[in-house]
Design a protein around this ligand. Structure first.
Ligand code: BGC
Length: 795
């Protein structure tokens, strides 16, 4: 009976979701409004709970703690540990993938149903919430659809892509009964050394704001108070400024001013919260000496008070303990808990020790953590569970077969085809030279072109997918993915497209098994010999998969063996197409001039092979753009919103005071097989004040002979300001498709206050004076006629 009910409601919801559409529309932002029924249910649950039950709700434990490790080949629960965690300690949340590797929907759903049943009996009817890192699709689920990682999604400059990726990830997670995902990441990826660059939407504030908002809507749907059976709660992370550690190493210190935090790093979080994000995870790092997990100003004042946000804050892995054991701002673990909970943490991802509960209980008994703080935290945890409907058995009481019937599109060809189209839009053409003595460019490749495909990423689904793919480090993708589906690698897909007779494969350089950043030259001379027999060389280089601290590096350069491979191939005089698959921009300045074309696939995932083949063959057109500045030199790491003094010609006079910026490719760079001409940039008012909105328009024409998509980007520069202004800031974008000869007028609206910056007093200000606006090489100047300084922290 219940099964029938679910199937019917699912059918309706599915129809409403338009899961059939391959080009979904970006949704509009809802805000979280208080819902009387939700609050009443939270109050009712809270009123029945003992202090121990409340504390249990604030504790999150990893699945390893309740796993029977003596069972080698499959997953089984350790009944004694389970009873201790759920029945004795009343723990309200479990996280992580069993046995560290993707599980089938059947294993997932049996596990989660069991936990829910136990909690319903043992915890005054309060539900469990299970959290999983489903990162680029349902990446810890066997057979789910994997999409390009966030960095590639950002490169698409297409809002519909993060929306759709998250929507399907939610659907495929819910097919496992997983209700909560630790995604999306909206830390600005501004230090290219950072091992999590690829998990972010890149360096720009506005691009992160827009993409993160869409991801939240895709995960959660339109009503954050009532998440339906095909959606999940998003956990936006990691609050904040994780991607700018001074050394680039994971979880190491940064020194960002509150001014810059407010103006840049906070904005994607604010936008995601305003879009309804129900939970947030804190950055493991330390800023200006203060670990984020103990920062009451940021956690309580900025997030909860100023935004009037009633969502839930969870720590990252073991980060309360880290306040004591790593950061030394607390003498004991108990002191650390006091600091973090009083700063505003609602749930601790402990993740191994239920001792957290005992220590927190002591702190309450001693009056060091007030009951009002406990009630506030628990209320937030319960609210999340109620909003997800987890107290209603109808959301989780199912047999695997019932779920399989209710989620017929799980792992479907329909999702796969869509993922290929999405991957096509997430791959950028960065260089495409005209061949010597000819008029045509090296790409697209003509039918019948003879190819040598080589390099360590030519046949490496691991390198295509990156981390958070079936395992944390993604190191088993090459053996696991082929068991789940037909996922042609770059080389497989090029062979299918150009025919086996035309494609030769020589590896040249191979990844080592023991370290993601190590490789060995296997047969470079064989690759050179093979290159002499073909027309074009496709060199697939970059990085192997890694995640978090494991991915720390000391040198941003591409590995010596890979550089040597290209140098050796170049001696043949054959045109080289460099195909990059890498999570961060490894320095390639020595080989870039040797390559006739460069394609950046970012981390395109399982459908990257077919997408690349279609793009190289010209069956599809490129339309992605760089979501970060690709550096040319290892010690010259900059972002596009640099300050004027970072890039200027020589000053007049005797001294050589100059600074010249020399990057490989700037933010926003990306080529197409067609050409676009911009004309007629206009604005509806050339003078404005803070309360105005401004509508820009520009004519964009496809002047080439192929259909193409174009990301139209509008940048602004404050000409003179009381703090030296950024060189440029992206303020609006849209993506359009044009047939050959077709022209469209693109309208880009911004609020005048979007041009404001945060001054030294950490207040937003829009200053009188000129702003230079630019779009596709067109410029115009607009003028603010009145300075405005806001008292409100958020405008
Ligand atoms: C990562 C988070 C992740 C969490 C749970 C941490 O190590 O920093 O991004 O969500 O683990 O797996």
């Amino acid at each position: 009976m219940t099964h029938k009910l679910l199937t019917n409601s699912l059918a309706l919801a599915l129809a409403a979701l338009c899961l059939d559409s391959c080009t979904p529309k970006a949704s509009t932002s809802p805000a979280i409004a208080k819902d009387k029924d939700v609050e009443a249910q939270v109050d009712k649950l809270l009123s029945k709970m003992s202090l121990d039950e409340k504390i249990g709700q604030m504790c999150e434990i990893t699945i390893d703690v309740i796993t029977d490790m003596s069972v080698a080949d499959s997953f089984a629960l350790n009944e004694e540990a389970l009873s201790n965690v759920i029945e004795k300690y009343k723990v309200g949340s479990i996280l992580n993938v069993p046995k560290g590797v993707a599980q089938t929907p059947a294993v997932w759903s049996k596990l989660i149903r069991r936990l829910n049943q136990m909690s319903a009996d043992a915890q005054s009817g309060v539900a469990q919430i299970y959290g999983v890192d489903q990162i680029h699709g349902a990446s810890y689920t066997w057979g789910a659809t994997l999409y390009p990682q966030e960095i590639g999604q950002a490169a698409s400059f297409n809002r519909a892509i993060p929306f759709r990726v998250s929507e399907v990830a939610a659907y495929e997670s819910r097919a496992c009964l997983i209700p909560w995902v630790y995604s999306p990441v909206m830390d600005l990826g501004r230090n290219p050394l950072w091992s999590r660059m690829w998990e972010s939407y890149g360096e720009d504030v506005y691009l992160n704001v827009e993409m993160a908002r869409q991801a939240v809507l895709g995960y959660q749907g339109d009503d954050p108070n009532h998440i339906d059976g095909q959606h999940v709660a998003a956990c936006i992370k990691h609050f904040m400024a994780y991607g700018v550690a001074r050394t680039g190493k994971d979880r190491t210190p940064s020194s960002i001013t509150r001014r810059e935090l407010r103006e840049k790093f906070f904005q994607p979080f604010r936008a995601a919260i305003e879009a309804g994000a129900l939970s947030l995870m804190v950055n493991s790092g330390v800023n200006d000496g203060m670990p984020f997990h103990a920062n009451a100003e940021l956690l309580t004042t900025w997030l909860k008070d100023e935004l009037n946000w009633d969502g839930m804050i969870v720590t990252d892995w073991a980060d309360i303990n880290n306040l004591c054991t790593r950061d030394h701002i607390a003498a004991t673990k108990k002191d650390a808990i006091e600091l973090a909970i009083n700063a505003g943490i609602d749930m601790s991802m402990v993740p191994y020790e239920v001792e957290f509960c005992d220590l927190l209980r002591e702190l309450v008994d001693e009056g060091r953590v007030k009951m009002s703080r406990i009630d506030d935290a628990v209320r937030r945890v319960l609210r999340l569970k109620v909003r997800l409907g987890l107290h209603d058995k109808k959301t989780w009481d199912f047999e695997p077969a019932q779920l399989a019937a209710a989620f017929p599109k799980f792992g479907s060809m329909e999702f796969a085809d869509e993922a290929t189209k999405i991957a096509e839009e997430c791959i950028a053409l960065l260089k495409n030279d005209t061949l010597a003595g000819k008029t045509e460019k090296v790409l697209p490749l003509k039918e019948g072109t003879r190819l040598l495909v080589c390099g360590p990423n030519a046949n490496n689904l691991r390198g295509q997918n990156g981390g958070w793919s079936y395992t944390w480090q993604g190191e088993r993708t090459n053996s696991l993915a082929p068991q789940m589906g037909d996922y042609p690698t770059f080389e497989d897909a090029l062979t299918l497209r150009f025919g086996p007779a035309n494609v030769r494969y020589v590896e040249g350089v191979r990844w080592s098994d023991d370290n993601f950043d190590r490789d060995e030259a296997t047969d470079i001379s064989a690759a050179v010999a093979a290159a002499r027999q073909v027309d074009v060389v496709i060199a697939c280089l970059g990085e192997n998969s890694y995640c978090e601290t494991v991915g720390n590096i000391d040198d941003l350069s591409l590995s010596p063996n890979q550089l040597q491979l290209v140098k050796a191939l170049a001696t043949t005089g054959k045109p080289i197409v460099l195909v990059l698959a890498e999570g961060r921009p490894r320095i390639i300045k020595d080989i870039e001039p040797l390559c006739a074309a460069v394609v950046h696939t970012f981390l395109p995932s399982n459908y990257g092979g077919p997408a690349l083949a279609r793009l190289l063959a010209g069956d599809a057109n490129f339309s992605a753009r760089m979501p970060y500045t690709y550096p040319k030199h290892p010690a010259a790491l900059v972002t596009y919103d640099f300050k004027p003094c970072e890039n200027m010609g020589q000053m007049a006079g005797n001294y050589n005071y100059d600074a010249v910026m020399d990057v490989q490719w700037p933010f926003g760079h990306g080529l197409s097989y067609t050409t676009f001409e911009y004309a007629n940039l206009q604005v509806d008012k050339s003078e404005f004040t803070a309360k105005d909105s401004l509508v820009f328009s520009v004519d964009v024409k496809n002047t080439g002979d192929r259909v193409g998509k174009e990301a139209v980007l509008l940048f602004a520069r404050d000409v003179v300001a009381t703090l030296t202004p950024d060189n440029a800031r992206l303020r609006a974008f849209d993506k359009i498709e044009l047939k050959p000869g077709e022209q469209k007028t693109v309208r880009l609206a911004i609020a005048a206050k979007d041009l404001a910056f945060v001054g030294s007093d950490v207040r937003w200000r829009l200053e009188e004076g000129e702003f230079l606006m630019s779009c596709g090489g067109q410029n115009l100047t607009i003028k603010c006629t009145e300075t405005k300084v806001w008292d409100e922290p958020n405008i």
